[in-house]
Ligand binder design. Structure first.
Ligand code: ZN
Length: 198
């Protein structure tokens, strides 16, 4: 279990799924699933999802901003998607690029993301954070920024009042661990921990 210490997000907690039972239901369901992934992630950890049901929204570092991304979300909901999965990953070369670059060297839409994220991780975790955890924590905080932005779309807000279920997953390539985010506790649980908790 990993306790996150960043700000609590304005997320529709009633729509979030973080239990093992909900994951199994996701695999067994037959409706479309919107899956938000990163363009440099190999998706192996998503192989349990039926590819014929998946509507992919794939962009560098899971960035969910811009008209094309928003239109894809709207399209998935028009197709009666009952689930949104956002799956980030720790060994993300595009997020690394955003973090390591000066703003003026980045595309305009990405400027400010890296510096804000670095500052927030430093402020919230500071010296308590071991270097080995910094990459995972930074990827997690970035992923929550993206899902928070995504659920702000009016069509998603409306759907969260109905059937829509939201899943936030973070894949750590080291050890091949898939973490599931639980907004009520602001924690990440590994799949193995999920099985023992529910
Ligand atoms: Zn990536």
């Amino acid at each position: 279990m990993i306790q996150l210490k960043g700000p609590m997000r304005d997320l529709p907690k009633n729509a979030f799924c973080s239990s093992q039972a909900s994951l199994e239901r996701l695999v067994g369901d037959t409706s479309p699933i919107l899956v938000v992934t990163c363009s440099d992630h190999d998706r192996t950890c998503l192989k349990a999802l039926n590819p014929q049901r998946v509507i992919w929204l794939q962009g560098a570092a899971n960035l969910t901003r811009g008209e094309a991304a928003e239109a894809t979300v709207e399209y998935a909901l028009c197709k009666k998607a009952n689930d949104i999965v956002i799956c980030g990953h720790v060994a993300c070369t595009s997020l690394r690029h955003i973090l390591d670059s000066k703003d003026e060297d980045l595309p305009k839409a990405w400027q400010g993301i890296g510096s804000e994220l670095r500052d927030r991780v430093e402020t919230c975790y500071g010296q308590q954070l071991e270097d080995s955890q910094r990459g995972l924590i930074t990827a997690a905080e970035h992923l929550l920024d993206q899902i928070e932005r995504l659920v702000l779309q009016p069509c998603v807000q409306d759907a969260c009042d109905g059937q829509l279920r939201v899943h936030v997953w973070l894949h750590s390539e080291e050890g091949d661990v898939l973490y599931v985010y639980e907004p009520a506790s602001n924690r990440l649980y590994s799949g193995e921990e999920q099985r023992t908790r529910f």
